[in-house]
Design a protein around this ligand. Structure first.
Ligand code: DHE
Length: 499
């Protein structure tokens, strides 16, 4: 059953932001653009460009959109959203100045307070039904995020049939996270919205805006708490996951230094969250409670940015911001126990592990170099480097599969996917799912029998492969499908998937 649903059309209680007049410098430098903005954009994007129903229009939130693309959206509107076309009302040359304005940092610092968070909360009707409204196995569902038109598809993981497709907030980032029972899924958007969706009833339940520039979210092992990491303002926000009410705001500052927070992860066996700090040489462990979070600060030698954890969450493997090495931190003792020799820029967050001979290995893609690095997790030594056709972004495997999959996300060969034999540690096959089109990010079904791959294009596809024979099983058209997340694999923290 496909259920069309556009949550932008529902009445929204928009957040009120701290009153701040336009900085005089903005008005003086670009007065006409400021006027155009106030007359046409402020209603949805906020008086101070910090967002409302529409996304924030600040350099931090637009860094991934080229100016020409922003101009095209203003000229022609954005399909399936409330963004209208202005090309037939305002001269292009004036709109160009408007684009310049939104890519200019505000002259005065922005603030986003507890009151702003509370005022932004959106409640939807709460369904009175505890059973899925579909017959698919609730543990073998996938959520597929489609960045192309800011949507998500709920997919039956046995038949590979879409159950429903729904609009999401603009520009989601990081994996959505499920409640432990798999009934609810939580999304984070780059401009601060946290949204809770009821999978069984295929309905939004609540939303809240937690910041201006958000990185990701994590759910506690017991499902009670949600923590979000923000670049702007630099802080962590703790919510009650039931109704997304605010519990605590934890500013990311230490000894007078303020930091952006790169990401927050849940550490289930520890009952805590672990946060990566962008601008201070510390790792934070936060234990949530009804009255707030207790913070343990672990000093590190480097600024550690991108984290991977071993299966029992005793060790954190973090790459240094400079990207030329990685550190192993024992989370119990708070001491650095090893250094990994990984050149280039390892993307540890996308690393995966599997059992190999009498040990466990970690394989990390590399954002800068054309190689995959495989490390023995007993002694933290590199045991194999695999040359690839370009830098990669994601890697995936499953205990039920003999192979690990990794993309080549950048450069002329971004259309290939390498299949690595987990016993021989070598590439056994290279797939080219759609020549010339970026392919990346794989997730397996609950039993590891099938692998689902994205063709990462506006008119892209989700391709289902038999994970053993590597033959194609099905193609589904999708709009720039990015990540896909299997309920069982994610809620059981299965080896080979992202946690
Ligand atoms: Fe991501 C996860 C950081 C750019 C798509 N990305 C993550 C996580 C971090 C991270 C810390 C883990 C959080 C989580 O899942 O809860 N990403 C970063 C960056 O620092 C970087 C390089 C720059 C930035 O501007 O943020 C970056 N990421 C991108 C992209 O350009 C991608 C390809 C497209 C996009 O969405 O913007 C992208 N990142 C993803 C995806 C995941 C992700 C799909 C979840 C992967 C998973 O399997 O769980």
């Amino acid at each position: 059953m496909l259920k069309p649903f556009n949550h932008w059309l529902l009445p929204l209680l928009l957040g009120t932001l701290s009153a701040q007049a336009w900085a005089e410098t903005d008005t003086a430098a670009n007065p006409e653009a400021v006027q155009i903005y106030q007359d046409n954009c402020a209603g949805c994007h906020g008086q101070q460009r910090t967002g409302g129903m529409g996304p924030a229009l600040l350099p931090e939130s637009l860094s991934r959109l080229k100016k020409q693309e922003a101009l095209n959206v203003i000229l022609h509107g954005r399909a399936l959203t409330q963004m209208p076309a202005f090309g037939n009302q305002i001269a292009e040359e004036k709109l160009n100045r408007l684009v310049d304005l939104i890519y200019t940092p505000p002259a005065e610092p922005l603030s986003f307070t507890a009151a702003d968070i509370q005022a932004s909360r959106v409640h939807y009707p709460q369904p009175d039904n505890d059973k899925p409204l579909f017959s698919a196995d609730p543990q073998n569902l996938f959520i597929v995020v489609e960045l192309g038109d800011h949507s998500a598809t709920l997919l039956d993981g046995d038949t590979f049939t879409p159950i429903t497709r729904f609009k999401t907030r603009f520009a989601l980032h990081g994996g959505p996270k499920f409640s432990p029972d798999g009934r609810y899924v939580y999304f984070a958007s780059r401009d601060g919205w946290i949204s809770k969706y009821d999978i069984y009833n295929m309905a939004w339940l609540a939303e809240v805006r937690v910041g201006i520039n958000t990185r990701n979210l994590a759910i506690s092992d017991d499902g009670q708490y949600l923590m979000a990491a923000n670049y702007l303002p630099g802080n962590l926000v703790l919510l009650n996951s039931k109704d997304l009410s605010l519990i605590d705001i934890i500013p990311a500052s230490s000894n007078g230094d303020n930091s952006r927070v790169s990401a927050v992860y849940t550490a289930p066996p520890r009952g805590s969250f672990i946060a990566a700090m962008k601008d201070i040489a510390e790792v934070w462990e936060l234990t949530p409670g009804e009255d707030g979070a207790q913070v343990r600060k672990i000093a590190t030698q480097d600024y550690l940015d991108d984290f991977f954890f071993d299966q029992d969450y005793q060790h954190l493997i973090g790459s240094s911001r400079k990207g030329d090495s990685a550190t192993v931190l024992n989370l119990d003792s708070g001491k650095e126990t090893a250094r990994l020799d990984i050149k280039g820029m390892p993307h540890l967050g996308s690393g995966i592990t599997w059992k190999y001979q009498d040990t466990e290995v970690l394989m990390s893609p590399n954002l800068k170099d054309s190689r995959l690095t495989i490390i023995d997790m007993k002694n933290w030594k590199t045991i194999k480097e695999i040359d690839t056709q370009g830098p990669g972004f994601f890697a995936r495997s499953h205990d039920g599969s003999p192979y690990a999959w990794s993309d080549v996300f950048f450069g002329p060969n971004r259309d290939v996917i390498n299949i690595i034999d987990k016993e021989t540690l070598s590439i056994v096959k290279t797939l080219k799912p759609m020549p010339g089109k970026t392919s990346g990010h794989v997730e397996f079904t609950r039993d590891g029998r099938y692998a689902l791959l994205s063709v990462w294009e506006d008119d892209g596809e989700l391709i289902v492969y038999d994970a053993k024979t590597l033959e194609e099983v099905k193609r589904l058209p999708m709009k720039k499908p990015s990540g896909k997340y299997n309920v069982y694999n994610k809620t059981r923290y299965v080896r080979g998937t992202s946690h």
